[in-house]
Ligand binder design. Sequence first.
Ligand code: DC
Length: 218
Amino acid sequence: MRLRITIDGPAGAGKSTVARELAQALGYGYLDTGAMYRALTLAALRAGVSAEDEAGLGRLLAEVDLRLEHGRLRLDGEDVADDIRQPAVDRMVSQVAAHPSVRQSLVARQREIASQGGVVMDGRDAGSVVLPDAECKFFLTASLAARAGRRHRELLAQGVRIDIADVEREMASRDAQDEMRAVGALKVPDGAIVVDTTGLGVAEVVDRLLTYCRERGA
Ligand code: DC
């Protein structure tokens, strides 16, 4: 059976790495919903649309061509996988993602992509809002220090020099915004298995999730 699997959690909990590897192990597709909010944010930065301008963001969403090709997100045909991880996008994305109309539009696209099953979707509201009846739901978490450390290493690898204390501060503020917004807030979905990844390696986490999914018929 080709299941729908959701992985939610705060920034830096290891969701995307784990989700990608889990999808690969199962031969499923992988959908990074955060990348969709990031791509819209990048488009807004480029077009000079502010994070508060809900109507402007809505127009932008209608104008841009946002599509997933072989698991890579393309914005108007351009592979933006690296550009959407820039610190400027990090700082703005939570505000963009807080607008109900933006969420409504992206959630509809996410449901459509998942409609055939055989998908691992990661995000903040994947198991609570996008696919509440998914067969396997997980919530990954880790200490703020561990999460900031991972993000800092990722940024360094991309050549972005930034102080780890700044990464930690921005991450805490993004978590707070994600948890407090009125629509699609970050929370543990009903029925989700919670895994604390502090001190755990990727392989170990993937293994746990894989065992659970196999038991469920994946
Ligand atoms: O997972 P990420 O760090 O790439 O997500 C970027 C931002 O997008 C995050 O601050 C919250 C938002 N987001 C969201 O609101 N809903 C989702 N399903 C995924 C991400």
